[in-house]
Design a protein. Structure first.
Length: 204
């Protein structure tokens, strides 16, 4: 989808304080748009891995859509929030949300007109970092899929995983900025790479 704004104009707490209508309208459009998208072969392959892999698994995503869930994955952690949630800044509730926020609907929990997108903006702390680091510490294998390796803290996970003793694999369209940190890197379309890798893991 074409965006009409620089990300700094809409994806920061400062932007929201300065022009809340602009920010809410932008996220209302995004929320509507993602509901028309469908999971691709990579989402479906990861959902299959989640279903069939009996060991521990955690799909940590920087994506804010619900395509992993719609593909059927359950062990998913959205470190940058979710378009289909709203966050009440009055009572701190997070509620499933598919409608627009521009008209300042009431929070279902407390009634306050204080809902904002449940999206981690620049300058805000990503969610559930303790759980992510605990998973990195336990992991035997860390796989990075479809990321430029430019946005921290996620870009640093490969080094954390290495320090904790995990093997590391990159699956990406092209070498990421952190590609040298991986034991192995495969480059090409995620839809093909991920499906092939899941087949390998599951012994198909
Ligand atoms: Zn509330």
């Amino acid at each position: 989808m074409r965006t009409l704004h620089n990300v700094e104009d809409v994806a920061t707490p400062e932007a929201f304080a300065r022009d809340p209508d602009l920010v809410l309208r932008f996220y209302d459009m995004r929320r509507e748009a993602i509901q028309t998208k469908a999971p691709n072969a990579a989402h479906l392959a990861l959902a299959r891995l989640d279903r069939e892999w009996e060991g521990e698994l955690l799909i940590v995503t920087q994506n804010v859509d619900d395509l992993h869930e719609r593909a059927g994955a359950e062990r998913v952690l959205h470190m940058h929030g979710e378009h289909l949630n709203a966050w009440c800044t009055a009572c701190d509730a997070r509620v499933p949300w598919t409608a627009p926020l521009i008209d300042r609907p009431a929070c279902p929990e407390c009634g306050a007109a204080a809902l904002r997108p449940d999206i981690v903006w620049f300058g805000e702390m990503p969610y559930r970092m303790d759980e992510i680091f605990a998973a990195l510490e336990r992991a035997d294998l860390f796989v990075s899929i479809g990321t430029s390796g430019a946005v921290y803290p996620a870009a640093g996970f490969v080094r954390n995983a290495r320090e904790f003793g995990a093997a590391t694999l990159e699956l990406n369209l092209e070498p990421s900025q952190g590609t040298l940190w991986f034991d192995e890197a495969r480059h090409g379309l995620a839809t093909e790479l991920v499906a092939a890798w899941v087949d390998e893991v599951l012994g198909a």
